[in-house]
Design a protein around this ligand. Structure first.
Ligand SMILES: NC(=O)c1ccc[n+]([C@@H]2O[C@H](COP(=O)([O-])OP(=O)(O)OC[C@H]3O[C@@H](n4cnc5c(N)ncnc54)[C@H](OP(=O)(O)O)[C@@H]3O)[C@@H](O)[C@H]2O)c1
Length: 318
């Protein structure tokens, strides 16, 4: 089968089109014919082994352990493992498989996947799992979001942010999104009540205070945000600068109950909720660009450049 592989850590130049063996499913797995995958920061962090610690967390120490990246996957089940009762060959499914989506076929654990809504394209489905689960768990589980609360979403225009704005609105909160100038219209169109362009305005200098700050682009310190967090408010950090994340992890352990650091937990129960939200039209995938499998390196470069609005999707089977 065709796949995009990498055998050394490094830039997207390491990603090469190759012919590799089609994988065989384990007893709890699905063999999926991939129709679409999407690119996440997770992929380029594994590609670059950035931060270094990722080598100890399953990426491989000296060289990549998983040569095919692509965590988000949508496709059709070709074969099921002997223990799988929930799916049948021919089912269209989507989910987060951690690796392997940048290929024609992938084996994934069945309990991370759900059936794809019929009213969603494979591309729309592939755009959602990791970003939407992160947004849901950050707001609901770590942020304890409630109706009527004032919620600030920093990094509102990217993959996680575009889902976070929409999911926060489904909880009935009042949403302020922070993004750069060219993405303001998009964030507004997703339902944000207020959009702050951080290139023109510093939200931390406003008098307004928030019940929940969901920081997906943490490039400044928590103390900057403290004045705009209500005394019983919650600051949830999901992404951004790695040094900020480590600092806050430490702080949240020893100091403050106001701070939480999210590590998304991929599970079928939450995937079912994401599926329902997408199916009902309460949330939608925002796709900036589509790339064919052969141009996966280009897709990752575009994502890393930081100009993406929503998600970058790889079409594997059109
Ligand atoms: N904790 C977890 O389990 C988990 C799961 C998934 C992702 N993440 C992390 O979450 C982060 C975002 O993921 P994503 O998929 O949304 O990435 P993305 O699609 O690349 O979006 C990144 C966002 O950051 C904004 N941004 C970039 N530089 C900025 C700066 N200096 N100040 C403020 N905003 C800036 C970008 O848009 P503007 O042009 O509008 O600034 C964009 O909205 C990544 O760091 C990723 O590793 C964590």
């Amino acid at each position: 089968m065709k796949a995009i592989i990498y055998t050394k850590f490094g830039s997207p130049d390491q990603l090469k089109l190759a012919k590799v063996e089609k994988p065989l499913p384990g007893e709890n797995q699905l063999l999926i014919r991939v129709h679409a995958s999407s690119a996440n920061a997770y992929d380029w962090r594994h590609l670059r082994a950035d931060p270094f610690l990722i080598r100890l967390m399953g990426a491989g120490f000296l060289k990549p352990k998983h040569q095919i990246l692509g965590a988000d996957i949508a496709g059709v089940v070709e074969e099921t493992g002997s223990n799988v009762k929930q799916f049948m060959p021919g089912d269209a499914v989507f989910g987060e498989g951690s690796y392997g989506g940048f290929a024609e076929y992938v084996c994934v654990d069945a309990d991370r996947f759900v059936k794809k809504p019929e009213n969603l394209s494979f591309e729309e489905a592939a755009a959602a799992p990791m970003a939407a689960l992160t947004a849901l768990q950050g707001l609901r589980d770590k942020g304890n979001i409630k109706s009527g609360q004032k919620v600030l979403i920093n990094g509102a225009s990217g993959g996680v942010g575009t889902f976070a704005v929409q999911i926060a609105k489904t909880f009935g909160s009042e949403v302020t999104g922070v993004c750069s100038t060219s993405k303001k219209e998009l964030v507004k169109s997703l339902g944000a009540d207020q959009v702050i362009d951080y290139t023109n305005e510093d939200i931390t200098k406003n008098n307004e205070q928030f019940d929940l700050i969901f920081d997906i682009a943490a490039y400044r310190s928590f103390s900057d945000y403290k004045p705009i967090l209500k005394p019983d408010g919650k600051y949830v950090l999901a992404g951004g600068s790695i040094s900020r994340i480590f600092q806050l992890m430490f702080k949240s352990m020893i100091k403050s109950k106001n701070i939480a650091v999210l590590i998304a937990n991929i599970n079928q129960k939450d995937m079912l909720l994401i599926k329902e939200l997408l199916e009902s039209g309460k949330i939608k995938s925002v796709i900036d660009k589509l790339y064919p499998l052969e141009e996966t390196a280009e897709a990752i470069r575009y994502l890393e450049d930081g100009n993406v609005k929503g998600k970058v999707v790889i079409t594997v089977k059109s």
